[in-house]
Design a protein around this ligand. Structure first.
Ligand code: NAP
Length: 307
């Protein structure tokens, strides 16, 4: 029987691990299928306090993990595939093996959103990607498309312009969610051009198992055009990873955990941390802070129960 199992190993999970380990609760962290979370997919992080020169995302999250391990946190590969939160102790199924725990911190984050086109799904890994950092290198001197109008799309467009011969940002409207500074950087980048009010209707060519082009539609004029492309990158936001808790923890209609104040979920003893609950701030620093809050709540919860 564990005192606390932390599900997820991004900033939120790792910070919760540091705090619960230092409180002598011997946390077990289930790393999940995207170990390290969103930071492991990014490059330079310039806004995490304490690093005046910036720090690489994967290094930052790896440092947090080491720090947690230093205080006795254990990390386990794999994902939680099933959960029973209806009674205590809670039961979690990790890749087929059930374990029991007095408390749970859900720090499962949010995963990349896809357009949902059949061709897109069939071409993932064959020219379609949701991770510029992982796959940008393969498109040296090639034509690249980035879909999205938020900070991620701007960051990816800039990053991919290091590799591609040209980068086209495709966005479904004229207004951007991206911050001014990020947008300005991309506007000043001569390799990047924008196609606004435009949606992707189809990605070619599934029969060749390779991205060769796209069919685009201008949502204002209805004009349809095709464009050659080699690398197709999605940056259209994220979906919270709460599927295994469906019906057990209260969520909003999109699946984000509804906070009951602090780090509390609708199930006493189950706490939330990070992007799985936060659709507003979604920063490394806010996820870490949420991990800290969840850990402190776990400590107090266990103490109140006499453990
Ligand atoms: P986001 O801000 O939610 O933006 C998602 C973008 O994708 C929006 O422009 C949205 O269009 C578009 N989109 C969503 N679904 C779509 C669909 N089905 N088809 C076409 N377009 C679609 O997500 P994000 O860019 O990933 O950013 C998430 C958070 O992380 C933000 O708070 C952001 O500031 C932060 N972030 C910060 C940095 C940084 O500071 N270095 C870098 C990356 C991300 P609409 O606008 O029309 O809805």
């Amino acid at each position: 029987m564990r005192d606390v199992v932390i599900i997820g190993s991004g900033c939120a999970g790792n910070t919760a691990a540091i705090y619960t380990a230092r409180a002598n609760l011997k946390p077990l962290v289930i790393a999940g299928h995207e170990a390290g979370g969103q930071l492991s997919l990014t490059t330079l992080v310039e806004n995490f306090p304490g690093f005046p020169e910036g720090i690489n995302g994967p290094d930052l999250v790896e440092n947090m993990k080491k720090q947690a391990e230093h205080f006795g946190a254990e990390f386990q590969h794999g994902s939680v595939v099933d959960a029973d939160l209806s009674q205590r102790p809670f039961r979690l199924n990790i890749e087929g093996e059930w374990m029991e725990t007095r408390t749970v911190i859900v720090a499962t984050g949010a995963s990349a959103r896809w357009l949902g086109l059949e061709s897109e799904q069939k071409l993932i890994g064959h020219g379609v990607s949701s991770c510029a950092t992982c796959d940008g290198f393969f498109y040296r001197g090639r034509k690249i498309i980035v879909v999205g109008g938020g900070d991620s799309a701007m960051e990816e467009a800039n990053f991919l312009s290091r590799f591609g011969s040209e980068v086209t940002v495709i966005h479904r409207r004229e207004e951007f969610r991206a911050s001014k500074i990020m947008l300005e950087r991309v506007h000043n980048n001569p390799k990047v051009k924008f196609l606004l009010n435009t949606v992707v209707e189809e990605i070619f060519d599934v029969s060749e198992k390779l991205v060769t082009g796209v069919r685009l539609r201008n949502v204002k004029t209805g004009e349809i055009r095709t464009q050659d492309v080699d690398g197709f990158f999605l940056a259209i936001g994220h979906v919270p990873n709460t599927r295994v808790f469906k019906g057990q923890i209260a969520t909003d209609p999109d699946g984000y955990i509804l906070s009951q104040g602090g780090a509390r979920t609708s199930v006493p003893g189950v706490f939330h941390a990070g992007d799985v609950q936060d659709r507003t701030y979604r920063q490394a620093i806010t996820a870490s802070a949420a991990g800290c809050m969840a850990a402190i709540e776990v400590e107090r919860f266990l103490e109140a129960e006499g453990h």
